[in-house]
Ligand binder design. Structure first.
Ligand code: MN
Length: 198
């Protein structure tokens, strides 16, 4: 089956002023789309073209002959997860079950926000910062390049893209300002709660 580029869950200008429509034009319209095109080209006329995106990621994660396919497929998945991790008028204090888990597993919201920001800043080079559920507890992790928690059997709840293409047009080299803006104003707690339940 062909892998598709899902629609954005918001309009391109709705994350302004924190993420511009210009960034989304490139990040979604060019980067995310290119990962979809590359994935489809790499599975075309192979035994992998009947698999779901998740199955492709799991099948290629530890295969050194399929690195390019893993990287592109995982980037398709990570970006779709990232768009869903953001919402206009998001951020702020969590609500629902995730709020209780953050208090029990991090002590309080401020500790959580600090740890997520530290992961975003601490990733050397390109990658992703994640809120994940691991052995029943919330934790923060980071992955390099295209790597994704689902390749390691870990359940992601939210993520922040920390490749330079995610923030350079709006923040130049200011990764800390971008991470702050996302955490404070855009995180989608409803999505985190849905993932926690699922
Ligand atoms: Mn990206």
């Amino acid at each position: 089956m062909a892998i598709i580029l899902p629609s954005l869950p918001f309009e391109k200008n709705e994350l302004e002023p924190y993420i511009s429509s210009l960034t989304l034009e490139y990040h979604y319209g060019k980067h995310h789309n290119t990962y979809v095109v590359n994935t489809n080209n790499l599975i075309k006329e192979t035994e992998l073209d009947t698999l779901s995106l998740e199955e492709i990621i799991l099948q290629t994660a530890n295969d050194p002959t399929k690195t390019s396919l893993f990287n592109n497929a995982a980037q398709v998945w990570n970006h779709t997860f990232y768009w869903n991790s953001l919402k206009p008028n998001g951020g702020g204090l969590p609500t629902g079950e995730i709020a209780k888990k953050i208090d029990s597993d991090f002590g309080n919201y401020d500790n959580f926000a600090k740890a997520l920001k530290e992961a975003a800043l601490g990733q050397f080079g390109s990658g992703w910062a994640w809120l994940v559920l691991k052995n029943g507890k919330l934790s923060i992790s980071k992955t390099s390049n295209a790597d994704t928690p689902i390749a390691h059997g870990i359940k992601p709840l939210l993520c922040i893209d920390i490749w330079e293409h995610a923030y350079y047009l709006d923040y130049k080299n200011g990764r800390a300002d971008y991470a702050d803006a996302v955490i404070k104003n855009l995180l989608n707690w409803e999505f985190a709660n849905t993932n926690l339940e699922g």
